[in-house]
Design a protein around this ligand. Sequence first.
Ligand code: NDP
Length: 448
Amino acid sequence: MPEFDYDLFTIGAGSGGTRASRVASAYGARVAVAEEHRVGGTCVIRGCVPKKMLVYGAHFAEDLEDAKHFGWDIPNPTFDWVRLRDNVLNDVDRLNGIYTQTLENAGVEVIHQRATITGPHEITLADGTRKTAAKILVATGARPHVPSCPGTELGITSNEAFHLDAIPRRVLIAGAGYIANEFAGIFHQFGAKVTLVNRTDQLLRGYDESLRDRLLQISIMKGIDFRFHAEFRGIEKTDEGCLRVSMTSHEPIDVDLVLFATGRVPNVEGLGLEEVGVKLDDKNAIVVDENSRSTVDHIYAIGDVTNRVQLTPVAIREGQAFADTVFGNKPHTVDYSCIPSAVFSHPPLAGVGLTEAQAKQKLGSVKVYESDFRPMKNVLAQRNERSLYKMICDEHTGKIVGIHMIGPEAPEIMQAAAVAVKAGLTKADFDATVAIHPTMAEELVLLK
Ligand code: NDP
């Protein structure tokens, strides 16, 4: 008789937990994964995937407007939110099924219940069943953080944004990070009056300043409002049925929907972690070493619950490295350098490596190459929206230490450019590469 019911018990079947569980199972481990919501996690069910579909849907607004300059007359196009919403949700159902199937095909037992740790090797399910496991992996992700002030229960988070009955006339978005800027673009394109409210005057902290300025400028030009240095004071429902939002430094504003996009916090509450000795940091994230091992030897954690880099592909790599190391006898760690990322705003932006400010601070002297151009499609469409590409190089070696882009398809182009930065290529390597003409991406090999 084995000592434990399972070799591995994973809590949370998001992107990271799913990868770790099925790879561990493929190595011959007896694995169960518990999921209290839907298999797939934030990215698949209420994050990256449905968001990207809404971004596609939203972009038609501008494409339809631009079409006339390309000879197409499309009289009175109308938008049906419910149709798009339901198509997106149906696809989420499909992906949820595929994720579950993938786990089951890999021989992983999927338990559709909340699980908590009730002893060093013991897990208790919501129905009271107790299970034991040699190793436990916590992959419970994160959830939206909502600032505390009166009336916040009248607002929603990105979790609910995918299920709205209608597109509200006026939307206030709290925060100015990834989710705020992505949903600002989405709601704006669907016809809502959007106001972003942020506690500082900085949007998208961590991205290159020139790109952030460009996004702000284009967003304002499109008609999105910004209120900076505004701390939330409260939300109340008015007699007319709308929401009145009070904040510091600005007059109150009446809107129909408030969306909180003010960061995400690790899901650790009630999991029994501290009771068994798993240490949390000051942000409530599970403290782990480079092998994703917590302060308890046989308990590991990956993904957003560890608050290292809150990105799906990173969680997947952490899950893979965990399974390879612990069950596959192929020890390795995740390389966190040069992680490319993107914001699917309108237009999108993307970056890899150091920003100009970070590079100057780290390297002292840097060379910055830029291309500030209007994409051909925007020229013909008479759309006054300029793209900006930036390459930051070490002045002494010529090595590229960062690339940053804002403009149509920037995330698609960035994925390929990131390979070059990761490989340690130089500006000269880009110069030596023949352009593909006419493209936007060719600007990368023509930078001055
Ligand atoms: P972000 O960290 O990107 O942005 C949070 C925003 O809210 C910032 O503007 C921040 O201001 C502000 N904020 C934070 N706390 C408070 C507070 N207490 N009161 C008022 N304002 C506050 O978080 P998001 O919620 O947008 O997204 C969460 C994470 O999810 C991202 O960090 C990212 O890792 C991931 N994500 C990735 C996406 C992608 O890859 N495209 C898309 C969506 C999410 P300040 O700058 O001053 O801190």
